[in-house]
Design a protein around this ligand. Structure first.
Ligand SMILES: Nc1ncnc2c1ncn2[C@@H]1O[C@H](COP(=O)(O)OP(=O)(O)OP(=O)(O)O)[C@@H](O)[C@H]1O
Ligand SMILES: [Mg+2]
Length: 260
């Protein structure tokens, strides 16, 4: 089996605080892998290093065998590893369709200046961007809200827009930090199905951080568990649910129980 991502001995220190300590694991192409752990365990920090928003202190991350850690985030995004943001604030004044088009633009060959001055490349891009945005909107089942302003969208749709923006540049690996946060059961199940569809139909490998344990157990092929910056377990959902170190980590924290 080919590893699309390799996290190798990654450590992150913030001054004296060790947010990630010697983390190593591989991600298989086309899998959905979740990173779980109590608050402050280092999950978001790890995602920021995989997407190069933060440099590693030591260790490296490989994408298809090539080092992607400690590069610029947009370089890594262009290679195909994209992290979504919880807040899509900058796009709120635009429609769903416009947001996806701008997201493509931010990483496109034509500069924004070219876009406004109407160079030929920019025009070609705009046409193909519009087409791609429409395809993506249809794929994500957002046709009815394609022309809605993002600021008017309910939470569930806004989260789906976050995924659409992440998919705007056709990534190979998508990192989702708490995609189900604040959602009720029905909204969560819809998102679970959407994430699975992204993997199944578009061949995107998905890494996600989540606290919603039933959703994690449902959606994940494998799970990596962090606690106080250390990786304490790795396995399929059934293994993780029965892992003593994992149960102890959750019971010993102020966080929700693992829910099993
Ligand atoms: N930029 C930073 N500077 C200093 N410390 C940081 C920084 N970012 C994170 N930390 C610390 O690193 C540790 C890990 O934080 P991180 O956000 O990765 O945890 P998390 O597992 O995502 O938690 P949560 O489940 O609450 O989102 C925490 O102690 C946090 O305070
Ligand atoms: Mg976090």
């Amino acid at each position: 089996m080919s590893h699309i991502l390799e996290v190798r001995h990654v450590t992150k220190k913030f001054g004296g605080l060790i947010a990630n300590s010697d983390i190593s694991f591989n991600v298989n192409e086309n899998e959905i892998l979740s990173v779980i752990g109590p608050n402050g365990a280092g999950k978001s920090t790890l995602f920021k290093m995989i997407s190069s928003f933060l440099p590693t202190t030591t260790g490296e991350v490989l994408f298809k065998g090539e080092r992607i850690s400690n590069l610029k985030p947009h370089v890594v995004a262009r290679k195909g590893v994209v992290r979504t943001f919880q807040e899509t604030t900058i796009f709120k004044s635009m429609t769903v369709r416009e947001s996806i088009i701008v997201a493509q633009h931010l990483r496109a060959r034509a500069s924004l200046a070219g876009y406004f001055w109407g160079t030929r490349t920019a025009h070609e891009d705009v046409d193909s961007f519009g087409q791609y945005a429409d395809d993506l909107i249809e794929f994500l089942g957002m046709t009815e809200i394609g022309n809605e302003q993002a600021s008017n969208l309910p939470q569930g749709n806004l989260r789906a827009l976050g995924i659409a923006i992440g998919l705007a540049t056709d990534p190979k690996v998508l990192l989702l930090d708490e995609p189900f946060a604040g959602m009720n059961h029905d909204e969560t199940m819809k998102m679970v199905n959407l994430v699975r569809k992204v993997r199944d139909d578009r061949g995107v490998t998905v890494l996600l951080v989540e606290h919603d344990m039933p959703a994690v157990m449902n959606i994940s092929d494998r799970i990596v568990v962090l606690n106080f910056g250390e990786m304490i377990a790795e396995g399929v959902p059934a293994e993780i649910q029965n892992n003593e170190r994992v149960i102890e980590a959750y019971l010993g924290s102020a966080d929700d129980e693992i829910g099993i």
